[in-house]
Each structure stands twice: as structure tokens, then as C-alpha cells.
Design a protein around this ligand. Sequence first.
Ligand code: UDP
Length: 235
Amino acid sequence: MNPKYKRILLKVSGEALSGGKGTGLDTDTLASIAAVVKQCREAGVEIAIVVGGGNFWRGRTSEDMNRTRADHMGMLATVMNSLALQSALEAAGVPTRVQTAIEMRQIAEPYIRGKAMSHLTSGKVVIFGCGTGNPFFSTDTAAALRAAEIDAEAILLAKNVDAVYDSDPAQNPNAKRFSKLSYKEVIHRGLKVMDTTATSLCMDNDIPILVFGIAQPENIIKVLCGENMGTIVSN
Ligand code: UDP
């Protein structure tokens, strides 16, 4: 493997961990993602991971509940996913730390940038749980924020769809697939790559977003080696 990047942030949506079921966790999917992350680590790439929580709970789609409380539940969902991924990585022999944006010291380390950096440089994978720690944000924004904080060279945005389209390819067989987009195009066309807050944070900090499908976890390796498997969003 000849990786193009030295340090990356991998964003995995909660749904991607459910193995096509949409909800809950799929052990085989977790194991296959862990196996690929292990190979990337062995190739010398420093990997931080932000996981979503949508396979358990999303604050924005909860109906009658107070939004802040619903988002607190969403952030807790990301911790379940973080711990599940940590288990899978450790089972594969990859030393891994979970750091949470909301303190829960009995379960995981609190997020401390300096500590995260030293874990990364010493070869550990760091998983960031609880998103940004604030309601009304998403784990995409957490990915953009942490990527900026740790000086990641790119965000690998692993999705259930294989690229960015102008409409849902599952609903519209004529949906247009993009291989390259600028941040401004994403924002102005209202494309559903990341939410606007996350996209503008990447734009301001010049962090490329590499979107690809996680149905084949080996795609992570191809993207790391510079292949455009889906859509590249950059300036
Ligand atoms: N969340 C939040 N603040 C954050 C990140 C996440 O409140 O900084 C909550 C929010 O309710 C969100 C849920 O956690 O819906 C799960 O995150 P997200 O929807 O981004 O997960 P994904 O769709 O990537 O699985």
C-alpha cells in the first residue's frame, strides 16, 4: 500500500455500522472495517475516527421531544458505536482509545487534543465520541472540527451511498453522480454530502472531503492511496 496521506479523519455514519439493516450494530461489518483500519495503520497512516449515531437515534428526527434532550440521546448513541468499534479494533489487535466530548471518565477518556495527538503519533487509533458535545450539531460537523484540530490532511467520509448525487439514486435512476465538487457548489446546490456547518468548516480550513461507499470497506484503502472512488469535495 502506498498511502497519499499521513494523517486522516475517517467519518463513519452510524447506519454504516448496521450492515445494511439500518438500525443496530452488525458484528461482521464492525470486524471488516476494523481489519481495513488495521491495514491502514500498518501502512503508517495515523487514523482518527468520528462515528455517527443514526443507527440508534437522531435528534433532528425525534418528533415531540425537546431538541436538546433528543440531541443528548443522539450523542450517547455515538458513544455506543464508538465502544463497539473500539472492541472490534482491539479484537483485530489495533490499540485504540475512545475520547468523548462530554466527560464520562468511567467509560472513556475526555477529549484532550494533546493526548489525542500523542495517541495518534504512538500508533493508536483514536475514536471521538459524543460528536462536538453540543446539541444542534451533527457528527459531520464533529468530523470537520476534529479534523481541523488534529491537522488531518483529509476527511474520508464513508457512506452507505457510493458518491454524491444531485438526488437520491435509490429514488431517481437518472440522478447525476458527481466525481468532483467545490465546497461552494455543495452549499449552493444544497447537496446532501455534509450539513452546511460541516461543509463551511472544511472550506474555511481547506480540508478535502473524500466521499465513498463503505459497503466494501476496502474502499478506505483505495481512497487513502489517492483513488477517487466517489466524490472529492475541495476548493
Ligand atoms: N449529535 C449532537 N451533537 C453533535 C453530534 C451529534 O447533538 O455534535 C446528536 C444528534 O442528535 C445527531 C445524533 O447525535 O442526530 C447522531 O449523530 P448523526 O446524526 O450525525 O449520526 P449519523 O447520521 O452520522 O449516523
